[in-house]
Write a protein that binds this ligand. Structure first.
Ligand SMILES: Cc1cc2nc3c(=O)[nH]c(=O)nc-3n(C[C@H](O)[C@H](O)[C@H](O)COP(=O)(O)OP(=O)(O)OC[C@H]3O[C@@H](n4cnc5c(N)ncnc54)[C@H](O)[C@@H]3O)c2cc1C
Ligand code: SF4
Length: 514
């Protein structure tokens, strides 16, 4: 009896469900670097390097723990280039009579897995991914029959389920479930930001970096100064560093942006959580312990825990509950192609050049940059959700479809018509000015709405509001916005729309990214 256990690139956890109860003596773990997964979208070089290096280190860790691992490298001459092709070869090579696999985080890959039993003539057991707090069934039980989805209510269920920051009477710590209103401070330049740990590449990682440079040289992004953790031990070092140095001020400056500061007080842990090197619940328990020990304030601990057991679980729930159809939604019928400078950062809008520039360097941007800069701009110009989905999936090293797609299509583009959020996160330049130091260094004037020096976000914002009036005026939360629009005289409205039309025409005339 030989059981084949394929372990995918984002399943790098020692306690993966497919390994539980499996006897190492009768099992072969199959790990595969396949071309199809590295190129079906043209992932950032740093993302490919991180995942392959983490996979190779994880294979060694599994071997040290007593497992037999069959590892197929990208440049192995017989590599079939796809999961299905490699599983076929492995079934034969090891005379496997059974396959056990943990479900994938993407519909596309789950569809491949669903075909294996028929293709290979051996039983295939697909196990649920137990690294999440809410199972698919739990999310469905919460979601089914609900007219309105709101993350906040789902989050409260997760707090009760885990007991995180909940007292013995089931009440939230401090009396409130959510301290977001305390978490909107802009950051000053003289703040002392913690420096992220840097891990010098070892021989395994250096091999991977050379492979990626040679094979994916035409993919976006840079490999320079690669210092991402690629083992669980080093990911835990980053986690410990976050708990001590950044978490205490995480809440206060969660929404802030500063020129040249990619991380501020953010955790930079999503790479590790999503690939499986870190466990989300253990991380949240460690955050709670910091609060209980009096080392971090409640707004920081609650704010961080909400991101993980609230937002992260909620977007995953939506992805699997709605199914593949979600990825086709386009509420506004948006069609504009993304400009080519999304791949170079070469724009005179300073906020966008900062957010895109650091994304190309690091395969990372923090949440507010993704949401209120690149995302807000894509929403306002009416960018095609397919382009936007693909860009976010390509450029961020933490991007897998289950987490990227609801954030992109739902949160930033409102392409789901309001399932994930109650209103579009559309904003003019004033928001970016309030939360960052970007505008002071920009060639545009954030205070001007029309004219050659006016911040483009301003007219684009009102144009978005006017253009989508038929879809948005009836949305209660958009009421104040339409009241402001209605208060403007026709000449002002006309000037704003014509300013936006000129900008959009210049965008349409410029080269496109896809
Ligand atoms: C358009 C858009 C696309 C995004 N795409 C991704 C993606 O592909 N992968 C990804 O992990 N996150 C994505 N996010 C969420 C968020 O931006 C990143 O999780 C975060 O920036 C990661 O950096 P960090 O670890 O420093 O996070 P922190 O700001 O320190 O937050 C802590 C953790 O909370 C979780 N988290 C916070 N917000 C979200 C959220 N909305 N959805 C899921 N998890 C969340 C992450 O695991 C993150 O590590 C996206 C957000 C937007 C607006
Ligand atoms: S002025 Fe406008 S374009 Fe320039 S940084 Fe501010 S928001 Fe961005």
């Amino acid at each position: 009896m030989t059981t084949l256990v394929p372990v995918l690139g984002d399943q790098l956890s020692v306690d993966l469900s497919s390994l539980k109860g499996t006897d190492p003596a009768h099992c072969i773990i199959l790990m595969m670097e396949v071309a199809e997964e590295t190129t079906y979208v043209r992932h950032h070089k740093r993302k490919v390097a991180y995942i392959l290096a983490a996979m190779r280190h994880h294979a060694d860790a599994l071997r040290r723990a007593g497992w037999r691992v069959d590892y197929v490298k990208l440049d192995d001459p017989d590599n079939a280039g796809s999961f299905t092709g490699e599983v076929a070869r492995a079934v034969e090579r090891h005379a496997a009579d059974r396959i056990v696999v943990t479900e994938a985080g993407e519909h596309r890959v789950n569809a491949m897995i669903a075909a294996w039993e028929t293709l290979f003539g051996v039983p295939v057991e697909v196990r649920t991914d137990t690294r999440f707090i809410a199972s698919h069934a739990e999310f469905a039980a919460w979601a089914d029959g609900r007219k309105q989805f709101r993350m906040e209510y789902f989050y409260r269920e997760m707090r009760r389920k885990t007991g995180l920051l909940v007292d013995t009477k089931g009440k939230p710590e401090g009396g409130e479930w959510n301290y977001d209103k305390e978490n909107r401070k802009p950051a000053a330049r003289d703040l002392l930001m913690p420096k992220l740990p840097h891990f010098a590449p070892d021989a395994i990682t250096r091999d991977v970096l050379a492979l990626v440079a040679a094979r994916f040289g035409d993919h976006v992004g840079s490999l320079d100064d690669f210092g991402i953790a690629v083992t669980r031990e080093d990911a835990l070092v980053t986690q410990a560093h976050f708990l001590t140095h950044a978490l205490p001020r995480f809440g206060d400056f969660q929404d802030a942006m500063l020129t040249g500061e990619p991380y501020l007080y953010h955790a930079h842990l999503s790479f590790y959580l999503n690939a499986g090197l870190l466990d989300p619940l253990a991380l949240c328990r460690a955050v709670e312990a910091e609060y209980r020990a009096g080392r971090v304030p409640l707004n920081a601990a609650e704010g961080f825990i909400r991101q993980i057991i609230g937002w992260r679980e909620y977007v995953r729930g939506i992805y699997f509950w709605t199914g593949p159809e979600y990825g086709t939604r386009n509420f506004f019928g948006a069609k504009r192609r993304l400009p080519a400078w999304y791949w170079t950062g070469e724009t005179d809008m300073h906020c966008l050049s900062q957010a895109i520039g650091q994304t190309l360097d690091l395969a990372y941007a923090h949440h507010i940059q993704r949401l209120m800069v690149t995302g807000n701009f894509a929403l306002l110009i009416g960018a095609d959700p397919d382009d936007v989905d693909r860009w976010y999936l390509e450029v961020y090293a933490d991007a897998y479809e289950w987490v990227e797609q609801p954030n992109t299509r739902g949160m930033i583009l409102f392409a789901d018509g309001g399932l994930l959020g109650s209103k579009p996160y559309a904003a003019s330049g004033a928001y970016i000015n309030r939360m960052s130091d970007y505008c002071g260094q920009c060639r545009y004037d954030v205070k001007q709405r029309v004219g050659p020096d006016a911040c483009p976000f301003n007219a684009l914002y009102w144009d978005f509001v006017a253009r989508n009036e038929d879809k948005l005026r009836s949305n209660q939360r958009m009421g104040p916005v339409y009241r402001n629009w209605d208060r403007m005289d026709a000449a002002t409205q006309g000037e704003l729309r014509s300013q936006a039309a000129t900008f959009l025409a210049s965008l349409d005339a410029a080269p496109k990214g896809y």
